[in-house]
Write a protein that binds this ligand. Structure first.
Ligand code: AGP
Length: 613
């Protein structure tokens, strides 16, 4: 939701490190940003509504350039509109402390009233400023910053990842988390904290993902970990093998386009080392995917959000068809509050690119409390979802920076396909030969995916995007394993073009939504050869009969011939067709957004990882 960063150095300035760290974190939120640095006995704060460039202009006078310690924040507003006053860092007004926060303090109004009653003055509408005053009050009582932080956090209900600094007898920098992610690291002469490891990679690859309830005291060369109750704790140091370049644009105009073009490599990295061709099976790393563990399963409960949820729906079709295991799929945000009734021997499958989505985490924890075995498909090795799973299928999509998820979705679908094969083989419902055939098709997918990422597809997509650039709204229709692809195509268009688009089960249109179709309305229909292809062709006829303008996507040639516009996709087995069919939809959303002058990588109102409710 927001990005926080902190640094303290024995010598040498940290301001540029803070700014560069915020640049790496801007994808998490970008409606305002700011820094606070220790400037001798005082703390200097600079903050500004708008993007990082606005803050850099504020810092251009060089007044803070030599500071050796500081914190920074880039915001996705939850409480209080984007403004200079609501931008972080916040303080208690004493000039001796500052704090940045990612998360939500649910009881901030009650605490604000308590603090105002003591005469404390507030200058923002944020929940975060309450925390600043709570910490400031404890500092004024003579507590160390770590103890002041613990005392303050003990009053808070909600989610937080914070970095707080104080000047006095000595300089102190403390970080703490309960919910949103936080990574810390120390080198010989410095120490850092950040919401995402990307901000630390320029300094070190050896980092510590702190856990919920941890408090980290940072000083040059040292990180001391403890719990909120003060008891000491230790966490493993993890070596990150991502390279900086992998997180850069590599010459593409936008991260989203780069990540779409990375998909063939993502397929290879996520699948190929796991295929056991001779056995017609797959092997996942770590425990928990063996026959014995999987045979006992009677149900799979998927919880996820957004694009990851669409991959979850596809996984349902695959697992039920190939492994004959019942699968339920829920919006994580709905699962949490609907009082779910689960049967014994159910595994909860959390699907998440970031591994930090608050709703998905909470749903996974609830399912575990209800007796489910927590497993996951995730793209970030050290993330909370991964650390709270008994078994994980890591996707190897690499860092996904574009807010609109593309390569992570393809990786999640591939992981879901492999999970279906593993479950089918473990449960004895998928024969070796069938397994071999399915995995052969998976291997052959890469050249087909590459064959889609060509000028031929791009020019077809551009032509169609131009034709419909003024459309008021779109339908995306699909059936079976391509119904979730319709949902995903609609979400991609919505979130980066800000155009209304609705994904719908093609067979459902006649039960009401077809009334919306006006002459010329663009209707994207996804269809591939398979058991529902004929039904989808009928749906195309129904839409055309009402004047809809049909854009067919897929390998079903009759559908392509029926349509007003068409983008042909290479053929593959029905179960893998979503991996190919989604690509023209991703490119269509990209080009539509480009034509509409939208910010592709940082769409309005969104953030890459929604770490609050
Ligand atoms: C997808 O393009 C969106 N950015 C969003 O729906 C995202 O998929 C969702 O917030 C889930 O994120 P996660 O995969 O990191 O859990």
């Amino acid at each position: 939701m927001c990005g926080i960063v902190g640094a303290v150095a024995r010598q040498g300035a940290v301001l540029q490190d803070l700014v560069e760290g915020l640049r790496k974190l801007e994808y998490r939120g970008y409606d305002s940003c700011g820094v606070a640095v220790a400037d001798g006995a005082e703390i200097a704060i600079r903050r500004k509504v708008g993007r990082l460039t606005e803050l850099e202009a504020l810092l251009a006078d060089g007044a803070l350039a030599s500071a050796r310690a500081g914190i920074g924040h880039t915001r996705w507003a939850t409480h209080g509109k984007p403004s200079d006053e609501n931008a972080h860092p916040h303080s208690d007004g004493s000039g001796r402390m500052a704090l940045v926060h990612n998360g939500i303090i649910e009881n901030y109004l009650e605490l604000r009233r308590e603090l105002q009653a003591e005469g404390r003055k507030f200058s923002s509408e944020t929940d975060t400023e309450v925390l600043s005053h709570l910490v400031g009050r404890e500092l004024a009582r003579g507590l160390s910053l770590a103890d002041a932080g613990r005392a303050a956090l003990s009053r808070v209900h909600g989610y937080y990842a914070i970095a707080v600094m104080a000047v006095g007898k000595t300089f102190e920098l403390v970080a703490a988390r309960q919910g949103p992610p936080l990574v810390v690291a120390a080198t010989a002469d410095a120490a850092w904290c950040a919401s995402d490891v990307l901000a630390l990679l320029p300094h070190t690859r050896d980092v510590i993902y702190i856990e919920d309830g941890d408090v980290a005291e940072l000083s040059p060369g040292k990180v001391v970990l403890s719990r909120v109750d003060g008891s000491p704790v230790s966490r493993p140091v993890r070596h990150i093998d991502w390279d900086e370049e992998a997180a850069s644009k590599r010459g593409f105009p936008h991260f989203m386009l780069k990540e779409i073009f990375e998909q063939p490599d993502v397929l290879a990295r996520t699948a190929f080392d796991r295929i056991l061709q001779l056995e017609g099976d797959v092997a996942f790393e770590g425990d928990g995917w063996d026959d014995a563990g999987l045979k006992r399963l009677e149900r799979l409960q998927v919880v996820a959000c957004g694009t990851a949820l669409h991959a979850g729906y596809i996984t349902k079709y695959l697992v039920e068809s190939l492994a004959r295991l019942p699968v339920d799929v829920d919006f994580a945000s709905e699962f949490r509050y609907r009082g779910p009734v689960l049967v014994a021997n159910t595994a909860v499958l959390a699907i998440s690119q970031s591994g930090e989505t608050a709703d998905t985490l909470a749903a996974m924890r609830l399912a575990r409390e209800l007796g489910c075995r927590p497993v996951s498909i995730c793209n970030v090795k050290g993330s909370t979802v991964v650390r709270e799973s008994e078994a994980v299928i890591l996707t190897h999509a690499g860092p996904e920076i574009g807010v609109a998820s593309t390569k992570a979705f393809v990786a999640q679908v591939i992981a879901g396909f492999m999970l279906a094969v593993r479950l089918g083989r473990a449960r004895g419902v998928l024969a070796v030969d069938d397994g071999r055939r399915l995995l052969d098709e998976l291997r052959c997918l890469r050249p087909r995916l590459e064959g889609l990422l060509t000028e031929k597809t791009l020019s077809a997509v551009r032509r169609i995007a131009e034709k419909h650039v003024k459309a008021k709204g779109f339908f995306f229709l699909g059936r079976g394993v391509n119904f979730p692809v319709a949902l995903e195509g609609a979400l991609k268009l919505k979130e980066i073009s800000y155009v209304h688009a609705e994904g719908y089960a093609a067979g459902e249109m006649k039960h009401g939504p077809i009334a919306l179709i006006e002459p010329g309305m663009p209707i994207v229909v996804i269809n591939s050869p398979g058991k529902v292809a004929e039904k989808v062709r009928s749906n195309i006829e129904q839409v055309k009969a009402r004047g809809g303008h049909v854009i067919a996507i897929g390998a079903d040639r009759e559908s392509l011939a029926l349509a007003d516009d068409a983008i042909e996709v290479p053929d593959t087995i029905e179960w893998l067709s979503p991996v190919l069919n989604v690509v023209p939809l991703q490119l269509f959303a990209y080009h539509h957004a480009l034509l509409r002058g939208c910010d592709i990588d940082k769409p309005r109102n969104l953030a890459k990882s929604v770490t609050v409710e």
